[in-house]
Design a protein. Structure first.
Lengths: 41, 269
């Protein structure tokens, strides 16, 4: 769909796993980006 | 051989099997099985208390499995169960909010509500309901659900027999309708496939290639985008540095976060 809309799009082979294996930098997801389910307790 | 004659021969095992299958999320006609079992009870080919025991045990067992899977697999399982929804993310959050607003008693009536019946047990687990509380409420729900459809089958045995006779008489016509429906569905799928086929081949890049580009003067033309549906829900979750997340099931809305001046690199787990 992104390509249909005219965006130049690529896919990273192996995703986050391959990125980590290659030793490339990662970061923690910021607290305000996290999505939480409601809980009973 | 139809469901009613099957029930007469293997009623207890069939009731247990079909209800267990539905409880663990498989698309089996558990309510129809209960109605058939009720009719079999009315015909004295099955004994009511045994059927009820088989039904409630199967439902409790399946729901307990779903509860604990929901507790430990959370979003992964819920996303799988919501797969038929147009927007799985909204399906999960909306179901959870609805469940939470109506309260724990939702478990008692969940089995009568399409969609909620599959989500209720794993949601209860994901939302940290106490297990013994879940078990009590789920037992009440399983009992109510089983009794309702068994009674329907028991009271409408003669009516159901008449319907089956009608289906048998219309046999050829029913076969033609079903075959036509399958052909139309197959044509629709082929058309959809051909329409989107050209967009399925998205260029792939190796990590090293992207890393080299990021280290070069072209770094400003790169935008890395996380399209995971569940990676942002657990504390301690990680992402590629400086990447942004977009909701893959809500792309129309998310497009405003993307730039056509940049090359978009997508990744998931």
């Amino acid at each position: 769909m992104l390509r249909e809309k005219g965006f130049s799009t690529f896919v990273i082979v192996g995703g986050l796993t391959a990125w980590r294996k290659a030793g490339e930098p990662v970061e923690s997801v910021p607290e305000n980006d996290l999505v939480k389910l409601p809980t009973f307790s | 051989m139809n469901l009613f004659s099957l029930m007469a021969r293997h009623g207890y095992a069939l009731t247990f099997g079909l209800l267990l299958a539905e409880a663990i999320g498989l698309p089996f006609p558990a309510a129809i099985a209960l109605v058939a079992a009720g009719a079999a009870i009315a015909a004295h080919t099955l004994w009511g208390p045994y059927v009820l025991l088989a039904a409630v045990t199967a439902l409790l067992l399946g729901d307990t499995v779903q509860f604990w899977l929901g507790r430990y697999m959370g979003w992964l399982l819920l996303g799988f169960l919501c797969r038929v929804s147009i927007n799985p993310e909204t399906c999960i959050l909306r179901s959870a909010e609805s469940f939470y607003k109506r309260g724990k008693v939702t478990l008692v009536i969940a089995k009568f509500i399409p969609g909620v019946n599959t989500m209720a047990a794993p949601l209860a687990g994901s939302m940290k309901m106490r297990f013994w509380q879940f078990l009590r409420l789920d037992f009440a729900g399983a009992l109510m659900y089983s009794l309702t459809y068994l009674v329907v089958g028991f009271l409408s045995r003669d009516f159901l027999k008449a319907i089956l006779r009608g289906f048998h008489a219309a046999g050829r016509a029913m076969e033609a309708v079903i075959i036509c429906a399958l052909v139309v569905y197959a044509i629709y799928r082929i058309v959809q496939y051909r329409k989107y086929r050209m967009y399925r081949v998205v260029p792939r890049v190796q990590v090293q290639e992207l890393a080299a580009r990021l280290a070069s003067e072209e770094a400003g033309r790169v935008q890395i985008v996380d399209v995971r549906s569940h990676g942002y829900y657990d504390p301690g979750a990680a992402r590629i540095k400086n990447s942004i997340r977009i909701e893959p099931n809500n792309l129309e809305e998310e497009l405003k976060h993307l730039s056509k001046d940049k090359d978009i690199y997508l990744y998931c787990t």
